[in-house]
Ligand binder design. Structure first.
Ligand code: SF4
Ligand code: SF4
Length: 139
């Protein structure tokens, strides 16, 4: 029997795919154990999920190939969240929510928001509050 592994993923759903029962099929058809941390729909009705999947490497690979057929972007994450510099408007909403200071005001004059991935503990608080999905999608 193949060894199981756990991988952390972010799935980014285009507008029309948010309602499809993709998670159901990951469990039923690909034998994965799925642990969803966060789910969010943006004002533009795009959606994303942050989740762990546990299964064999082969099942995870097959499952992600299936997911991609729905035009869903799959981002395998390692440590910390990713911040998309193009999406970030430096609005500052995430800074008071970040418990470690990984997200911080890096320039008092310009109010630029800096991100130090090494300090991130993956609490996902910034993903919950970011109005621009900058903390979730480096796609
Ligand atoms: S909440 Fe989002 S857009 Fe605002 S500063 Fe933080 S990462 Fe950037
Ligand atoms: S996930 Fe938590 S610790 Fe990491 S940057 Fe976001 S708010 Fe800060």
């Amino acid at each position: 029997m193949s060894e199981t592994v756990t991988k952390k993923l972010m799935l980014f759903f285009p507008k029309c795919e948010c309602e499809k029962p993709i998670i159901y099929h990951l469990v039923k058809d690909y034998n994965l154990v799925v642990n969803v941390y966060r789910a969010k729909v943006t004002p533009e009705e795009e959606g994303f999920l942050v989740l762990d999947v546990t299964g064999t490497e082969d099942d995870i690979h097959q499952a992600m190939e299936y997911v991609k057929t729905f035009n869903v972007t799959v981002n395998f994450t390692g440590k910390g969240v990713t911040r998309d510099e193009d999406r970030c408007t430096h609005c500052g909403a995430c800074v008071p929510q970040c418990p470690t200071g990984a997200l911080h005001i890096s320039d008092a004059a310009t109010r630029q928001v800096g991100y130090n991935e090494a300090d991130c503990i993956e609490c996902m608080a910034c993903i919950r509050v970011c109005p621009f999905v900058a903390c979730a999608s480096a796609f």
